[in-house]
Design a protein around this ligand. Structure first.
Ligand code: SF4
Length: 396
């Protein structure tokens, strides 16, 4: 057992996270958690994960669901391509692997939305296969521990990190459990690993799961982006960044570049309690989700409104807000228009009139949820006021 890996495993046993709902789960659930955890914090993921598995407890259930249902469960988690890929991958597993999550690394890697590190994490955590991972947190840990300079987005730097990730893996164990094989956690399992009969090598390698979880836990709880807790770190004695006082420099940040700014006008067309939403194309931002009509500016929105023969009974500019995507910032000016009459356009393909409350349960992005939440509040307040007036009118 290498020094680095044995210290990490021992640390995980005493101080790692042992209450994550996907620990010791099967490959399907580990896959789901890994996809949700890409770009998203554990605390945010847990309620989404629990709701998701309650609705789609098996790969078959996920494959049979509509994309609409899957995205509704993803709504608010961001990076919606993850949800669409998960759904598509479940269908491929049903078609090509008879509904069984594939057990070969290459087959896992072929599924949409699964990259090298995610495939390796599934192999290590669920199948106990000796594979190196390199997610964002692990890149930070290794850049500091090994003193690797350069932005991890550069190919050369990434290759160095991968080769360190592989070099630091615990050595493979061979043979059957109980036959003199060193299995760190065989007697006191840290994670509830399902050990299958006939998978002796897997059982012998089960410490790879603990090691992988240790790396993840360390990146999330000790070797954090700001103010790492080096005083509690099990590898502090030979961490290059700590020993050379370079923690503030490593990992090397992404070269600064100006984030492009874009502007849009959201047209919130309302009739009674209904709002007109349109489905976004499958690719691009908020792909496949329901959004209000979007225009480049207010003038384009007005032109469209006039060209479609609509008549407003009232209109209001709502407070503008910004939403930051990975590659640009979008400034959104919402325009709320109450229509005098519901137009026939309602039946246009790709658009739908939905009750605001119902829309809040549909697959919509987080900023639209906030906007509709405000409209829903307005509608409830209006309903209360109307009731109060009516009640007063009835009071003798
Ligand atoms: Fe990270 Fe500090 Fe540990 Fe080095 S000593 S790996 S910087 S937590």
């Amino acid at each position: 057992m290498s020094n680095f890996s044995s210290r990490l495993i021992a640390w995980q046993r005493r101080h790692g996270r042992h209450d994550l709902p996907w620990l010791g789960a099967d490959a399907y659930l580990v896959w789901l958690s890994e996809i949700m955890l890409q770009q998203t914090q554990v605390a945010t993921v847990i309620p989404y994960y629990l709701r998701f598995i309650a609705s789609f407890p098996t790969i078959a259930a996920l494959a049979e669901a509509s994309e609409e249902q899957v995205l509704a469960h993803w709504s608010g988690l961001g990076y919606y391509a993850r949800g669409r890929n998960l759904h598509r991958a479940a269908q491929i597993i049903m078609e090509k692997h008879r509904g069984e999550f594939p057990r070969q690394y290459r087959q896992i890697l072929e599924l949409p939305g699964i990259g090298r590190s995610t495939a390796a994490a599934i192999c290590a955590l669920a199948l106990h296969e000796r594979r190196a991972i390199l997610d964002g947190n692990v890149k930070r840990v290794l850049a500091r521990y090994c003193g690797i300079e350069g932005w991890a987005g550069e190919k050369k730097v990434e290759e160095k990190l991968w080769s360190q990730a592989e070099a630091l893996l615990p050595p493979p164990c061979r043979g059957r459990v109980g036959e003199g094989v060193e299995v760190i956690n065989a007697s006191t399992p840290i994670l509830a690993f399902p050990l299958h009969g006939g998978r002796d090598l897997s059982a012998a390698n089960s410490h790879i799961a603990t090691y992988t979880q240790a790396l993840m836990d360390m990146g999330a709880t000790l070797c954090t982006r700001g103010k790492p807790k080096c005083e509690r770190c099990p590898v502090q004695s030979d961490c290059v960044a700590f020993q050379e006082g370079r923690i503030g420099e490593l990992p090397t940040p992404r070269p600064r570049k100006v984030v492009p700014e874009k502007h849009a006008t959201f047209l919130l067309l309302l009739h009674g309690n209904d709002i007109l939403l349109e489905k976004r194309p499958g690719s691009g931002i908020w792909g496949g989700l329901w959004c209000p009509l979007q225009f480049d500016d207010e003038e384009s929105a007005r032109n469209w409104f006039v060209q479609n023969g609509m008549a407003a009974s009232e209109g209001e500019r709502l407070e503008a807000f910004s939403h930051t995507f990975s590659h640009f910032r979008l400034h959104i000016a919402p325009l709320k228009i109450r229509l005098a009459h519901k137009p026939l356009l309602a039946a246009q393909p790709g658009s739908v009139w939905l009750d605001v409350e119902e829309a809040l349960r549909a697959a919509i992005p987080a900023p639209v949820r906030v906007l509709l939440g405000k409209l829903s509040g307005d509608a409830s307040r209006a309903a209360c006021m109307k009731k109060a007036w009516n009640d007063r009118a009835r009071t003798p």
